[in-house]
Ligand binder design. Sequence first.
Ligand code: PDD
Length: 277
Amino acid sequence: DIAFINGRFLPWHEATVPIEDRGFQFGDGVYEVIRTYRGRPFELDAHLNRLDRSAHELSLIQPYTRAQWTEWIQQGIRAAGYAEAKVYLQITRGVAARDHVFPPNVAPTVVMTIRELASFPAKTRETGVITKTCEDLRWGRCDIKSVNLLANVLAREEAKRAGVFEAILVKEGLVTEGSVSNVMVVQSGAVVTAPEGPRILSGVTRTVVLELARAAGIPIREEFLTVESLYTADEVFLTGTTVEVLAVVQVDGRTIGTGRPGPVVKALASRWAALTG
Ligand code: PDD
């Protein structure tokens, strides 16, 4: 595994951050998760754009240029040598005596790790996954990919305890997204997913999958769905860096469609595979 802090690659066990880092004390930071396909980072620019945007929204200084990041990420991936890797980038506001207000003249802490990406079990992909809904307890700026993931962590744990794969978050009766993914449904042949805005993270995978759907002539609607319309959808699926395009065959014990991955998710998953394989 590869570790990097503030412009330097370090041996894993030496890669530590001070206890007064604001990421640790306040969750005052942003992150990205990027994966490789055949050794190349997928949609790197889209992820770095989102990192810039997240940092900007929190008035965090993004200390490195695009060219510098690209160079380090490629260097790290090469050094790690994994067939497929997961690149984690994090920028926190830096190290300062604990005080809520922004500390003056503090340099951000920038961390990168590169770890092996376990390939997703093909069998799960064929059968689809089961899910449950959970209350979306998150704050009002879910569009910022912040390291404040407590509500996501609690939902994910609730899902695990219930023996299901993903928690589908519901805010005031409307489906927002998954705890680590975006949620899409198929209704009468159209793909429907929550609109971009403060309620969801605008997934890089979401954008690519919507483009693939458009290219396939599938109508798209970006609107919030009720839990009831999730239950009665023809198909439900998740998108995300780790899940890619993944069929959901059950929500809260209710079978979706035929209980097997449907034609639209299969078509999109095969287009995804063609794009990334
Ligand atoms: N999470 N929504 C949430 C809440 C997420 O955490 C993620 C990804 C997504 C999908 O975004 P993308 O397609 O850009 O990966 C949607 C990453 C993988 C994580 O936190 O590990």
